[in-house]
Ligand binder design. Structure first.
Ligand code: MV4
Length: 449
C-alpha cells in the first residue's frame, strides 16, 4: 500500500493520518464544504472535496469517495469509525474498485451487523450469549411464548439495531404485545429490516469489550479489555483499562471468549467484541464491532501498541509479529470524550471555537480534531477531542485526567468538561464499582429521588 484514502473526518481522520505518515504511506483526505479549514484536511498529503456539508451528500457519498480514490490513485481506504465503517456494501465496492478496504471482509461485516446472525454464530461456537430466543420472532404471540420461557424482564431488540438503537425492556405479556408491533414498525422504518429477537434482560450490568486483532495467516490475538460502562443514552462518556471490575481469572476467560468469537466468524483485521457482564461476573456476548473504535487509545496507552499500524499490517497481508504473552497492560489508562455541548442540558453547542489550548503534559494524550478558529457545525458528531491519561495506578491516571481537564481551555463554545470532572470526582467512580446505570443513578441522587 502506497496511498490510503481516509473516508472520515475530525479527530479520527487526523489519528489515522498520523500512522500513515509514520509508515511512509501517503494520506488522502476527503472533506465536505463545511470542513475545508479542519486540521485533518491540511495534514493529509492530498485532499479532495466530496460534497456539501450534510453527510448523505459527502461522508456517506460512496460514488464521490470512490471517485476521489480513483482520481488520486489511492490503493487503500481506511473508513475510521461511524459513517461507512461498518457498511458491507461499501467494503465490497472498494474491493470491486481494486482498493484494499482496511477492515474485515464484507461478509463478516454483514454477519456481525445482523445481531440475530451474530448471536447464532456465537452460540454455535460455544461463546456464551444472553439466554434468549433462537433466530427471529415471527409475531407478537411467538414473542410472548418465548418471553414466558426466558422469564421477564426481557429485552426486545431489532436484529438490524445495535449500539442501543431499537431495543426496549419489557416486563409482562401485555407490554410485550404492545411493544412488539411498535418496535417492529420502528425497525422497519429505521433499518428497512423488521427482524426482532428477545434476550433475558440483564439487570445493572457492566459493559466490557475486548480488543482483538486477527491476521490473514490464522493468528488471532486479544489485546485486553476496556471497561465502557459509563454511558449516557448509549453514548460512551468514559472508558478505561484494565477494568476495575474484573478479576484476573474472569479477564483471561472473557479475552479467550473474544478470540473464539473472532475465530467463529473468520475475522481478519482489528475488531472489538462487546460483552455484558452481570454482578456475579458472568459474561455474555452482545455484539461485535468490525471497526476501529473511538476508545482504542486506552488500549494503545496501556500496551504501547499502535492499533492503526496493526490494521495496516493486516491489510498488507503481513503476519502479526506479536505473541499473546507479549501483550501486557503496563499501565492504567482512562479516556474521556470532550463534546461541544451544554454540560447541563447535554444539548449540542455549535459555534466558533475562539480559543483552544489543550494542556501539554506527560502521560496525557490528546486526540483532537479542531483548533482555534474552527466552526463546530451541527452537521456532525459533537465530539471534538479525547483526553487519555495514564499512570502506574488507576488513581494516578484519574488524578492526571482531572488536572488535564481543569487546564483544558476552550472558549466560544460550551463543552461537557464540567460534567466529566464531576464524573471523575464521584465516589462511585473513584471506588471503581460503577455499572451502566452510573449516570442515571447520579442524576437521581442529585434530584433527591
Ligand atoms: C442489553 C442490556 C441488558 N440485557 N441486553 C446497550 C448497547 C448495546 N450494545 C446493548 N445494550 C444493552 N443490551 C440485555 N439482554 C443492557 C444494555 C446496555 C444498556 C441498557 C440500558 C441502558 C444503558 C445501557 C448501557 C449499556 C448496555
Amino acid at each position: 500500500m502506497r496511498k490510503v484514502l481516509v473516508a472520515n473526518r475530525g479527530e479520527i481522520a487526523r489519528r489515522i493520518i498520523r500512522t500513515l505518515k509514520a509508515e511512509g504511506i501517503a494520506a488522502v483526505a476527503v472533506y465536505s464544504e463545511a470542513d475545508k479549514d479542519m486540521p485533518f484536511v491540511h495534514e493529509a498529503d492530498e485532499a479532495v472535496l466530496i460534497g456539501p456539508p450534510p453527510v448523505p451528500q459527502s461522508y456517506l457519498n460512496v460514488e464521490a469517495i470512490l471517485a476521489a480514490a480513483r482520481q488520486t490513485g489511492a490503493d487503500g481506504v481506511h473508513p475510521g469509525y461511524g459513517l461507512l465503517s461498518e457498511n458491507a456494501a461499501f467494503a465490497e465496492r472498494c474491493r470491486e474498485a481494486g482498493l484494499v478496504f482496511i477492515g474485515p471482509a464484507p461478509d463478516v461485516i454483514a454477519k456481525m451487523g445482523d445481531k440475530v446472525t451474530a448471536r447464532e454464530i456465537m452460540r454455535r461456537a460455544g461463546v456464551p450469549v444472553v439466554p434468549g430466543c433462537e433466530g427471529t420472532l415471527a409475531d407478537a404471540e411467538e414473542a410472548v411464548a418465548r418471553a414466558r420461557e426466558i422469564g421477564y424482564p426481557v429485552m426486545l431488540k431489532a436484529s438490524a439495531g445495535g449500539g442501543g438503537i431499537g431495543m426496549q425492556v419489557v416486563n409482562n405479556d401485555e407490554d410485550l404485545r404492545q411493544a412488539f408491533q411498535s418496535a417492529r414498525g420502528r425497525a422497519k422504518a429505521y433499518f428497512g429490516n423488521d427482524a426482532m429477537f428477545l434476550e433475558k434482560y440483564v439487570q445493572n450490568p457492566h459493559h466490557i469489550e475486548v480488543q482483538i486483532a486477527a491476521d490473514h495467516h490464522g493468528q488471532i490475538l486479544h489485546i485486553l479489555e476496556r471497561e465502557c460502562s459509563i454511558q449516557r443514552r448509549h453514548q460512551k462518556v468514559l472508558e478505561e483499562s484494565p477494568s476495575p471490575f474484573l478479576d484476573e481469572q474472569t479477564r483471561q476467560r472473557i479475552c479467550q471468549a473474544a478470540v473464539e468469537a473472532a475465530r467463529a466468524v473468520g475475522y481478519t483485521g482489528v475488531g472489538t467484541v462487546e460483552f455484558i457482564v452481570d454482578e456475579a461476573k458472568t459474561f455474555y456476548f452482545l455484539e461485535m464491532n468490525t471497526r476501529l473504535q473511538v476508545e482504542h487509545p486506552v488500549t494503545e496507552e496501556i500496551t504501547g501498541l499502535d492499533l492503526v499500524k496493526l490494521q495496516l499490517d493486516i491489510a498488507r497481508n503481513e503476519p502479526l509479529r506479536l505473541r499473546q504473552e507479549e501483550i501486557q497492560a503496563h499501565r492504567h489508562a482512562i479516556e474521556v470524550r470532550i463534546c461541544a455541548e451544554d454540560p447541563n442540558t447535554f444539548l449540542p453547542s455549535p459555534g466558533r471555537i475562539e480559543e483552544y489550548r489543550p494542556p501539554q503534559v506527560e502521560h496525557v494524550r490528546i486526540d483532537d480534531g479542531v483548533e482555534a478558529g474552527i466552526q463546530v457545525t451541527p452537521y456532525y458528531d459533537p465530539m471534538i477531542a479525547k483526553v487519555i491519561a495514564s499512570g502506574e495506578t488507576r488513581e494516578k491516571a484519574a488524578a492526571r485526567l482531572s488536572d488535564a481537564l481543569k487546564a483544558f481551555y476552550i472558549s466560544g463554545i460550551k463543552t461537557n468538561i464540567p460534567f466529566l470532572l464531576e464524573v471523575l470526582d464521584d465516589p462511585v467512580f473513584r471506588a471503581g464499582t460503577y455499572t451502566t446505570h452510573f449516570v442515571q443513578n447520579r442524576k437521581k441522587a442529585q434530584h433527591g429521588s
